[in-house]
Design a protein around this ligand. Structure first.
Ligand SMILES: *Cc1c(COP(=O)(O)O)cnc(C)c1O
Length: 304
């Protein structure tokens, strides 16, 4: 497997607000991991790639929307490791390709489209059988890398943080990253998740299921009950839903980039960073808390 690990910086985030409240805030720059396999995608794909290779597969099939960072990352991983990739994309083909799909294609990914109705059924035996008939044998990675091997990779994010902290923050799509984080926390630590989807209350059960499956497969214990209190989802910062934004969020992002020189964007990291400042203002955190924000990337296709 040629997906080499690279240690990424833990960068202090200074702001008068945090000084006033006595908070110590750090950004874990997972976005610096790789230009297109950024952040959590590297961790979610690591063991999946190993498994595909161990089982002798020469192709990987996965799913995503037309703007999916997971699709781009999988294509890049395939190219580096000389393993064929197939991307099953939600919706109709639209030409010319957007930057994500253009990148996927350039990295050798074969693209195939399912209409929204079929896409909704993508995990059913019927659709999988159809895909098997069309593409022959492949290693399947669920949408967003949301399986136990994805979780296993994400349990290792904390190993490279190097300080003791009270809170670790991540935005959530499938919640796989938050599941991995939660499983690796100490007793006094809490993982806070900011869903970027509207009405994402289902995520809580999804995360518990991922943690339970992980424990059954790799853990000494039989369930995840000792870890389900290790995460909390904050539903107030979706800004209207996936890839939706507001003037307030756009303004916050522009000011943040100008002040701190760290690129964030409106789909994921912008919502996370906004949440931190807003929760701090509302005295969510006790004085002297140490807070780590995961910057999980998603910026490679910004401004293209
Ligand atoms: C894919 C992605 C996420 C979603 O991670 P999950 O593990 O699915 O919750 C969050 N942030 C960025 C930048 C991503 O690319």
């Amino acid at each position: 497997m040629k997906l080499s690990f690279k240690s990424t910086p833990l960068q202090p985030l200074h702001d008068d607000l945090f000084d006033e409240l006595g908070l110590k805030v750090f950004i874990k720059r997972l976005d610096k991991m790789h230009s297109h396999i950024s952040g959590n995608k590297w961790f979610k794909l690591k063991y999946n790639l190993q498994e595909a290779e161990a089982k002798g597969h020469d192709s990987i099939l996965t799913f995503g929307g037309a703007y999916s960072n997971h699709i781009a990352a999988t294509a890049a991983v395939g190219k580096i490791n000389k393993i064929k990739t197939i991307g099953i994309i939600r919706g109709e083909e639209t030409l010319p390709f957007n930057p994500v799909l253009k990148f996927a294609k350039k990295n050798g990914m074969e693209l195939f489209y399912l209409n929204r109705e079929q896409y909704r059924l993508k995990n059913t035996d019927e659709i999988i059988r159809e895909l098997e008939n069309r593409f022959d044998k492949f290693y399947l990675i669920p949408e967003g890398g949301a399986n136990v091997l994805g979780v296993k990779g994400c349990t290792e994010i904390i190993d490279d943080i190097g300080i003791d902290f009270d809170y670790i923050f991540s935005e959530c799509g499938t919640g796989t990253t938050l599941a991995g984080l939660s499983l690796s926390l100490k007793n006094h630590q809490l993982a806070l998740g900011i869903p970027v989807l509207k009405g994402a209350q289902f995520l809580e059960q999804d995360i518990i299921r991922l943690m339970t499956d992980y424990k059954l497969e790799f853990g000494e214990m039989n369930d995840a009950s000792d870890h389900i209190n290790k995460f909390k989802l904050i539903y107030d910062y979706h800004f209207g839903g996936y890839a939706k934004s507001t003037n307030e969020l756009d303004l916050f992002i522009a000011e943040f980039i100008k002040k701190h020189g760290v690129i964030i964007e409106p789909v994921y990291s912008g919502k996370l960073f906004f949440a931190l400042f807003d929760m701090a203002k509302n005295n969510y955190f006790k004085p002297n808390s140490k807070i780590v924000l995961l910057h999980t990337g998603g910026t490679s296709f910004v401004n293209q």
